[in-house]
Design a binder for this molecule. Structure first.
Ligand SMILES: [Zn+2]
Ligand SMILES: [Zn+2]
Length: 301
């Protein structure tokens, strides 16, 4: 656990301040180029200064020192990016050289499970949003601009779905997808079940139906595959138990179908666990989720 107030842990403001001068961003850029060309070998002071194009060596050293420790490390042979420096450089450069892409709105080869009208996708300001003529929210996820260059709308949607499911798996492992701090997952209460992972450190947030953690479980995924659904080939909103809440049915602690009505949820909680029944066609599967959303038991009915 990191304590933002502790003295040996630099405050986020200090990290932002360290990047506040264009020369320092140019230094990260030059070290990134060097890393690409030469691998992790450090680059000497003079060579780095020439790459960045600063003539005044005192001024250059001052800016380089502002990046030391956190973003740049000094070895006996010169300077190189730290692991954090490489990630920060990646994040800055990802948005620097790529124009934001706008695609759609356009219909996908898919229909809305709620109303049957075609699913419509839009990519704007780095966000991929899928909805329908009736504005049913089907899917929304962030896609960085440089990942969308030259891609078609359906390729971007597929990529966004891949990112979303990687984020769910990473959140279930207790790690934030953006800042790698520890993150807690929750599944809500029976009246309002839903999968959530909200980072305390950065703006990362995963929120979706209770079926999200089920879809990435190997046993559930393999059962879905035998019923003709795979995450790679089908959109997340096309899985019958994702789009249609009614097919997620409540089962009480003794395993009896409760026949709960749709209004008060389709799930029960037993000691923080949640038992959901997932149905495709005439078959169903009962999965038990612990309070963190991890699948602890799967049973075919
Ligand atoms: Zn709809
Ligand atoms: Zn985070």
């Amino acid at each position: 656990m990191s304590d933002p107030e502790s003295d040996d842990e630099p405050a986020p403001a200090d990290a932002f301040a360290a990047l506040s001068d264009p020369v320092r961003v140019d230094i990260l850029d030059a070290l990134t180029d060097h890393h690409r060309d030469e691998g992790p070998e450090p680059v000497g002071f003079a060579a780095l200064r020439r790459r960045v194009g600063v003539r005044d060596s005192g001024r250059f050293r001052y800016h380089l020192n502002q990046l030391r420790a956190r973003f740049v490390e000094r070895t006996d042979d010169g300077y190189r990016l730290t692991a954090t420096g490489a990630r920060v450089a990646g994040a800055i450069l990802a948005g620097t050289y790529t124009e934001s892409v706008s695609l759609g709105p356009a219909e996908l080869d898919s229909t809305c499970p709620f109303c049957g009208t075609p699913a419509v996708a839009t990519v704007q300001d780095g966000q991929c949003v899928v909805s329908c003529a009736e504005d049913h929210p089907l899917f929304s996820w962030h896609v960085p601009a440089n990942a969308t260059t030259d891609a078609t709308l359906s390729e971007v949607v597929a990529l966004a779905e891949l990112f979303a499911f990687q984020a769910i798996e990473q959140a279930l492992a207790g790690v934030c997808t953006q800042c790698y701090d520890s993150v807690e997952t929750t599944i809500g209460d029976p009246a309002e079940p839903g999968f959530r992972a909200v980072c305390d450190t950065c703006p990362a947030r995963v929120a979706g139906p209770i079926s999200f953690p089920l879809l990435v479980d190997p046993d559930v995924a393999s059962w879905c595959r035998t019923h003709g659904y795979t995450l790679r080939e089908d959109h997340v909103w096309e899985f019958p138990f994702v789009g249609d809440d009614a097919s997620v049915e409540a089962v009480d602690a003794r395993g009896t179908q409760s026949g709960a009505d749709a209004d008060d949820g389709d799930t029960t909680v037993d000691g923080g666990e949640l038992v959901v029944t997932v149905a495709i066609d005439d078959d169903s599967l009962t999965a038990t989720l612990d309070g963190d959303g991890r699948v602890v038991a799967v049973e075919e009915n």
